[in-house]
Design a protein around this ligand. Structure first.
Ligand SMILES: [Zn+2]
Length: 155
């Protein structure tokens, strides 16, 4: 049995702040998240919709000099580069849902960790896997009182 099949839908409340958070940029990021995080992933059937809310707050500067990130200590805020494409927002949304990076920077090059080639948290342009959804459900179950419970009840 899996809950996502019984009650598909994942609502990800997001607020974007900062001079770079234009309607065009917000739409690009939200579309990137919704497109990537919707679909059949192994045993799971997932539909993702970004809605407005304060669970996740992302700062979008007008000009940025650093890589987009989500703070690892709270998993609900960060700063995203407005010039990045939708895939980057989908990767960062993975962090918002509790997933870690599955790559390492080696000599200035991002290298997927073993078993994470072509996955959303392991390699640029990678896809979501069944394991990613399993981990998100696991984190949700572990941290029902933290900032993680972002999958609607009764999950
Ligand atoms: Zn990352």
């Amino acid at each position: 049995m899996n809950f996502l099949h019984e009650r598909p839908g994942y609502h990800s409340p997001m607020t974007y702040i900062g001079a770079g958070a234009s309607p065009t940029v917000i739409n690009k990021f939200n579309s990137g998240i919704e497109d990537a995080w919707s679909g059949p992933f192994g045993q799971y059937d997932v539909r993702t919709k970004v809605v407005e809310g304060y669970e996740n707050t992302i700062y979008v500067p007008s000009i940025t000099t650093e890589r987009s990130f989500v703070y690892s200590d709270n998993d609900c805020s960060g700063a995203w580069d407005p010039v990045e494409e939708g895939w980057v927002a989908a990767h960062e949304a993975g962090h918002l849902m509790g997933l870690p990076d599955f790559y390492r920077d080696i000599n200035g090059k991002s290298v997927p960790m073993p078993g994470h080639d072509k996955t959303i948290m392991g390699q640029y342009g990678g896809d979501i896997t069944e394991d990613d959804i399993t981990m998100i459900l696991f984190y949700n179950a572990l941290s029902s009182t933290s900032s993680y419970p972002k999958i609607d009840p009764p999950f």
